[in-house]
Ligand binder design. Structure first.
Ligand code: KG4
Length: 338
């Protein structure tokens, strides 16, 4: 039996999970509320909160899995990309715990883990994973990539944002409408009542599979600025239509490039990962593409799309099977590498 403890601390969620022979036994997450008042994650506060949360979170994951710490085969942890101070907490904890238990350590790339979240099994019979090769649209607050997934360990970023991530685009535009942080889910909710054709927003013209959201953000800002001069209640009166138009534009930008990549590569297995995959507009677009282009689509349960440790544990499990362990002198990395 192979029992892996996964630890995630790359941003503002402290999480631990246990996976046994590929099947999830526990999945604990402590989200940090401390950032809400600041409109974004404050790195130093995140590191401190990880430091406070990590022991209780790991303890709960082990207890809820119904195992003892001595039953663990290896410890998988997020090595990067992410916030350095946050990553250091998980990395140092993994080193200490694996040394104390005298078991190997497996380092996990957070982006690979988001993709491999599709392989988490909730029971032995679970058999919903995508077939290789497949395309994965990874969209979160910090990431926005189109990834060609050739195997558990061979992944290639074939397209990505050249500026803001998709979640950032939602959050920044939501912020200027005064919708709070993170604004993505609020935009989604309000968009359901709005007319997506009401406002025409800027779409980027970029070669290949890359895309951009900074022009959209600026055109959204200019629209609000110009209309507010004429009518100070403009945002209040048009909130739903603004959200619907914004959401449609972001989803269109993502889907245009994903569709192009799928067509060029002749791939019909297409997955989505990351926090923005909760977005109903994006989910509907996936469903429509499945119907229109014969895509086989994979949308994981919400809990596995946002940052979580189950995805770290499953990635660690595959790396463990490969004998791909991490040396004790490994340092975290903050930037994207694939
Ligand atoms: O993966 P995630 O939990 O962590 C980060 O990478 O930060 O993604 C969070 C992002 C935030 O930008 C949030 O606004 C966005 O995902 N998000 C959404 C929705 N739910 C979460 N964006 C649009 N619609 C949603 N329903």
């Amino acid at each position: 039996m192979i029992t892996i403890l996964g630890i995630e601390s790359s941003c503002d969620d402290t999480a631990a999970a246990v996976i046994q022979d590929g099947v999830l036994l526990s999945n604990i997450i402590s989200s940090q509320k401390v950032h809400e008042n600041y409109g974004g994650v404050v790195p130093e506060l995140a590191s401190r909160a990880h430091q406070q949360n990590i022991i209780p979170v790991v303890d709960q994951a082990i207890k809820q899995a119904g195992i003892k710490k001595e039953d663990l085969t290896a410890i998988a942890f997020t090595r990067g990309p992410g916030l350095m101070g946050s990553l250091l907490v998980g990395t140092s904890f993994a080193k200490g715990f694996s040394t104390a238990l005298n078991i190997p350590m497996v380092d996990v790339n957070h982006l690979h883990a988001h993709v491999l979240a599709h392989f988490i099994k909730e029971n032995k019979e679970d058999n919903h994973a995508p077939q290789f090769p497949f395309l994965c649209l990874l969209v979160s607050g910090g990431n926005s990539q189109i990834i060609l997934v050739k195997s558990y360990k061979e992944m290639e970023i074939i397209g990505q944002t050249i500026d803001d991530a998709a979640g950032e685009a939602f959050d920044k535009c939501a912020k200027v409408m005064g919708l709070g942080y993170p604004g993505g889910p609020v935009v989604d909710r309000l968009a359901k009542e709005g007319n997506a054709e009401k406002f025409k927003l800027n779409k980027p013209h970029i070669q290949g599979y890359d895309y951009s959201f900074s022009g959209l953000k600026t055109s959204f800002l200019y629209l609000l600025r110009d209309e507010l001069k004429k009518n100070p209640d403009f945002i209040e009166k048009n909130k739903a239509d603004l959200c619907a138009s914004l959401q449609k534009t972001i989803v269109d930008v993502l889907m245009d490039k994903l569709r192009k990549a799928a067509k060029d590569l002749g791939i019909k297995d297409v997955a989505v990962a990351g926090g923005v995959s909760a977005n109903s507009g994006l989910r509907n677009a996936f469903q429509e593409h499945a119907k229109q282009y014969g895509w086989k689509i994979y949308i994981p349960p919400f809990g596995y799309t946002t940052d979580n440790a189950a995805m770290i544990a499953i990635t660690g499990y595959f790396k463990y099977l490969d004998g791909d362990f991490c040396p004790m002198d490994a340092a975290p990395y903050s930037r994207v590498v694939m």
